[in-house]
Design a protein. Structure first.
Length: 184
């Protein structure tokens, strides 16, 4: 398998955050987002793991806060994403399996590091179908914009999902991918 990693930042001033990066191996990609939030690590952790806080930026969720616990998120796809928690290392690492009706099983990981008064979040979604990347990559980007807004208590700002999708498709020259709404 040959991996090709592409990393591109957004130069358009309407997009506040850089695009995610990905490495492709055949029919799958591993996606990574690097975000900094000007909030303490415990607050960011709660936003990622507390169902009431998840509802502020992602959607209705269930989280059993233990390794082996169940996690489910209803985020607009045809059926809920369901998974099992693989790593629960509060407030630093949350990793879980990602299963939904339209994709094979994948792994999602949030790694948090305190940086001064803020938090660095490195997010990875491994084993994402390449054909879904034009929907899911801008979907994650859009969600992380919403996470930033939820942390500050502001209304979500930034590009629309559709504008982000256009940007990802053009920037990464995604060919043979399914367009449409995010099924993340």
């Amino acid at each position: 398998m040959r991996w090709k990693t592409i990393s591109i930042g957004v130069t358009d001033m309407t997009a506040a955050l850089p695009l995610g990066t990905f490495a492709r191996a055949g029919d799958f990609v591993d996606v990574q987002f690097d975000r900094f939030y000007s909030h303490p690590i415990d607050k960011v952790w709660r936003a990622l793991t507390d169902p009431e806080r998840l509802a502020d930026w992602m959607g209705v969720s269930t989280v059993e806060a233990v390794v082996g616990g169940k996690i489910a998120m209803m985020i607009g796809s045809p059926g809920a994403m369901q998974g099992e928690i693989l790593t629960w290392d509060a407030p630093n690492v949350l990793e879980f399996t990602w299963r939904n009706p339209t994709s094979p099983e994948a792994i999602v990981r949030y790694a948090l590091t305190a940086e001064g008064a803020g938090t660095r979040m490195i997010f990875t979604h491994t084993h994402m179908p390449y054909t879904s990347s034009a929907r899911m990559m801008p979907g994650w980007h859009w969600f992380f914009d919403r996470l930033g807004a939820a942390l500050t208590g502001d209304a979500a700002a930034g590009l629309t999902y559709e504008a982000l999708q256009d940007q990802y498709v053009a920037t990464y020259e995604l060919s043979g991918v399914r367009l449409g709404h995010c099924d993340a």
